[in-house]
Design a protein around this ligand. Sequence first.
Ligand code: 3H9
Length: 693
Amino acid sequence: MGAVNAVADLAIEGEIAVLALDSPPVNALSHILREGIFNGIKQAIGNDAVKTIVLICRGRTFVAGADITEFGKPMKSPSFNDVLGLIEGSPKPVIAALHGTALGGGLELALSCHYRVSVPSAKGGLPEVHLGIIPGAGGTQRLPRIVGPRRALEMITSGAHVNAATLHREGLLDEIVAEDELRAGAIAFAAKVIAQKMPLKKIRNLDEKLAEVRGKPAFFAEFRAANARKFRGFLAPEYGIRAIEAAVDLPFEEGLAFEGRLFEELLKSPQSAAQRYAFFAERQAGKIPDIADDTPIIPIAKTGVIGAGTMGGGISMNFANAGIPVTIVEANQEALDRGLGVIRKNYENTAKRGRLKPEDVERRMNLLKGSLDMQDLADCDLVIEAVFEDMDIKKSVFTRLDGIVKQGAILATNTSYLNVNEIAAMTRRPEHVIGLHFFSPANVMRLLEIVRGKATSKSVIATSMKLAKKIGKIAVLVGVCHGFVGNRMLAARQAQANAMLMEGAMPWDIDKVLYDFGMPMGPFAMADLAGLDIGWKKATSSSANIREVLCEMDRRGQKTGAGFYDYDDKRNARPSPVTEKLVNDFLAKAGVTPRKITDEEILERCIHTMINEGAKILEEKIAIRASDIDIVWINGYGWPVYRGGPMFYADTLGLAHVVAKLKEHAPKLGAGFSISPLLEKLAATGQRFQDLQ
Ligand code: 3H9
């Protein structure tokens, strides 16, 4: 039969029609693909010789979902539900053949088919929640009917990609076929359907699993309560739950209509706009304008890490997790043993929670080799230094590394503030020196700031970006300045938080505003968590600040049971009368009468100054684009993704508004404060940060 349209092709093999879709890169359900499926299925139904239809994709994946770029535009006919309705109502069984990632609308397409087969490496999921929406083509109605409401709740609210073996066990997949033989396997399955006269199995007609929870509102209430923390601030998970409740309580068509209304509402919401922006921003961050795709990559087969402390240990785990051997160098045996012990414990805890096989604990540990001798790093392809944050120490480490490590290897520093150019200048190969700024805990946090020095070669940058992806990080390329993107902006916020303490706000007043805004915690809770004594040297003068006095009182944060807050033995924080008195003493000493600072002022002084710093970072070309700054904040500091990052948030407020507020607060913002000329210019011309891209 041949081409249905430019992206769909129909072949007839005896009694079986094979409709193959081919719309790179991910077979997203754009208008042309929907049309191809619709017309292809119609042709197959109309062909008397055909008894079953196989729906398969070419390229790297089965349909990975709706075409996100078409969102917000009117849906051209045939609509999603037209396509799905045609398939489900087909008088001839339709079999979906999955490979790659069947996601969102892709999985919904498969769920409207009568049978599903896949290769072992395939995954399926409904990740719409990450885009601030819910499945809008029957996913919330069909999934619970086949895998049960509990699994549907988990999958739809987490957006997890579930592997084929699990989906098979849970009944979503009917058969798993050989890895490289999807087409043949699907055709064989289709032949079986014909031979055994297997029925037209429609998921919409299943009710058994729904019936188990019908009339039991506690089932949903418990799920909501158990996940309240995780879902805090987000609309989409709650809407997903409501849609699944509707699947349980309403007839299929009514449930479908209800899902459609929720979907439409979310699609128009600011949260979804922010989350879709973040999706593309994350992919954009991987594109470096002056680095071509064919830039030579340095093979990284062996790595070295200097320092087995919290940072060094976490960094090493990333490589071991990805199967790359690491030599960890420490100054003494005790520190080395302690570091390796912590790593082992981390892996064992993960195994206890069932998220790692016991044999994998050993496999990963075997990739980690401890050493007390830097000479052991000689043949590494990449060495990352994670020693104490002190320029002199870092310099001496790099001087030594330069003399030891083979030529062509990458020498990286994990500094979070310091000047990478100065560090690179200690070597005779500054072009091979780069900053790899991991965030703590380094084995968990997804952000990696890759710091490009003035001499860093393109090949070293390209290799670092690629390696970041391999170890599961989201990399953002930044330039050299004090604190790079993330910590520099954090410092602007911290300065305001500290200043407001000296005007009458208590730490918990400030933290609450930022927490309610959606941050995981405020600056003072964060300081308590990290330890107030980081970088603290015992005061020699009487000019110690509040934080330093707390340290002197041995209130060094959560680890000592007290810091800005008091902690119980479960590390629950409560406002501390000791801190309150201390703050009041400081105010009295400075002759300041405390004033009531409004939540609005707290928020604006913390966030707008960050935005202003972000604008300066753009001006100075420390970040390539505004969206890169947002990716840093979402992935490194827990900025609520439903607000899209600080620069996107500024755009939603309007930059003129941000500037006006900064001017209003300016007298309190400190002597060093100035408004970014870029921000002022954009505000004056009615532009947004996004318009700069
Ligand atoms: C949905 O389905 C709604 C429905 O319920 C029904 C509504 C009625 N659309 O990530 P990569 C682009 S919502 C448009 O680098 P990977 C992407 O931007 C959707 N474009 O590759 C990139 O472009 P570029 C539910 C898309 O191999 C290129 O493809 N589905 C889409 O690392 C490669 O992407 C999802 O949320 C899309 N749906 O990962 C799945 N997806 O090269 C979203 C990708 O120009 N997608 N692009 O930068 C993913 O999670 C990953 O892309 C995937 C591949 C795992 C598929």
